[in-house]
Ligand binder design. Structure first.
Ligand code: NDP
Length: 397
């Protein structure tokens, strides 16, 4: 029986995780469910899964949830509030496994707490890894934690690697390249001159996946793939020139690993996050996920093409940050979070997202982030610069 904390329980990753967990009550027990302020969904989840703790980062929302839970007879769940409580339920000694499903940099500190607690971390929150990179991995190693990728592409790579992964470098295992696929998002074929006027609703209408709003916009700009390239270098300990992005509009092949002998191993499946989540929850065993099996005879087409860098300038910005190293990925991530947030609030045009990120990367000096305080200071600086750039672009509209 694995005891699980789910960070970001009310989001797309959290809901899909609970869907898989509900199919296997003999294997998994929910210890804590944590979110920001979605009282209604967390209340329903508590009624169903009866966790020991429910946490909301927003104190007022937590007070409302506590009052509602108090009306339930015999409910074992204690409601906690605030960022510190998130850290506590991620690192608690009773927990075996933590699903890192908070969106954005808000997930960094609780995910780090899971690393410090030596937990098995099912990592969806790519921003935490991109931001903290080497610092985060050092905590994982020092405390004997385990990282299992949940991002569908990285989980696919993980499935295509030999069992000796982790004991020897990939080059010694004969791996030549890692290819991450990208659908190209909702604007892959839209005339370039129309992109400046696309709306948040259009950007969030992903052709193949149903996801949270931030990652949906990241998929439309391809910054999601950029963050994933950085994530792959860190997770699999490979150089930037060994990881590439390939457009694959059908989202059936999630990633490929090319070996020296000419073999290309791929993981295929219908685009449904329950597959990588079930894999990550149970590996090395396999369990039922609820995903519809892939029907190879249903006129399935698999197409691949190179990304168009004029359409997707964010991809090159991510490459640049990855190659610069140090705190550059944290600056990229902070600028992207600010720009995407402003776009979702209709304060910034879609085509200005890369403009704000590029400006921030140029304006904030990247260096070595030796500790968490330095890293958080760089993150704050980058957000300040990006906010100013957003205001500047808004003034010109
Ligand atoms: P959603 O927007 O659907 O959900 C985000 C979750 O994070 C919600 O539970 C939200 O709580 C919680 N949250 C937000 N801010 C805070 C905060 N300050 N403190 C505590 N909790 C907070 O996002 P997704 O599920 O789509 O994505 C989550 C992460 O997983 C992202 O990093 C994304 O890149 C990654 N990922 C997602 C995939 C997907 O299919 N969705 C695929 C691969 C990776 P509340 O609801 O209360 O606001």
């Amino acid at each position: 029986m694995q005891r699980i904390t789910i960070l970001g329980a009310t989001g797309s990753i959290g809901v899909n995780t609970l869907d898989v967990i509900a199919r296997h009550p003999e294997r998994f027990e929910v210890f804590a469910l944590a979110a920001n302020r979605d009282i209604d969904r967390l209340f329903e989840q508590c009624q169903r899964f009866k966790p020991r703790y429910a946490v909301l980062a927003d104190a007022q929302a937590a007070a409302t949830l506590r009052a509602r839970m108090g009306e339930l007879a015999g409910c074992p769940t204690q409601v906690l509030a605030g960022a510190q409580a998130l850290i506590e339920v991620a690192g608690a000694s009773e927990v075996d496994c933590v699903v890192a499903g908070i969106v954005g940099s808000a997930g960094l500190l609780p995910t780090l707490a899971a690393a410090r607690g030596g937990k098995r971390i099912l990592l969806a929150n790519k921003e935490a890894l991109v931001m903290a990179g080497a610092l985060f991995l050092a905590e994982v190693k020092r405390n004997g934690a385990t990282l299992v990728p949940v991002d569908s592409e990285h989980n696919a790579v993980y499935q295509c690697l030999p069992p000796q992964f982790g004991q020897r470098p990939l080059a010694e295992l004969g791996v030549r390249r890692i290819l991450l696929t990208a659908s190209g998002g909702p604007f892959r074929c839209r005339p370039l001159e129309e992109l400046h006027s696309v709306t948040p609703a259009q950007a969030c209408a992903h052709p193949n996946w149903v996801m949270g709003r931030k990652i949906s916009v990241d998929s439309a700009t391809l910054m999601n793939k950029g963050l994933e390239l950085i994530e792959a270098c860190l997770l699999f300990d490979v150089e930037a020139d060994r990881v590439e992005a390939v457009i694959h509009p059908q989202s059936i092949v999630h990633a490929l690993v090319e070996y020296m002998d000419g073999s290309l191993l791929a993981q295929l499946g219908n685009p449904d996050m329950r597959t990588p989540l079930a894999h990550a929850l149970a590996t090395p065993e396999r369990i039922v996920s609820g995903t519809r099996p892939l029907d190879l005879l249903s006129a399935l087409r698999l197409e691949f093409e190179a990304p168009d860098h004029r359409r997707f300038p964010c991809l090159n910005l991510a490459y640049k940050a990855m190659q610069a190293g140090g705190s550059a990925p944290a600056i990229l991530n902070a600028a992207n979070e600010v720009a995407v947030g402003a776009f979702l609030q209709e304060r910034l045009r879609f085509t200005d997202i890369p403009v704000v990120i590029e400006h921030t990367l140029e304006a904030v000096t990247a260096g070595v982030a030796a500790d968490l305080d330095q890293l958080l200071a760089v993150d704050r600086d980058a957000r300040r610069v990006a906010e100013r750039a957003v205001a500047d672009r808004a003034g010109r509209r």
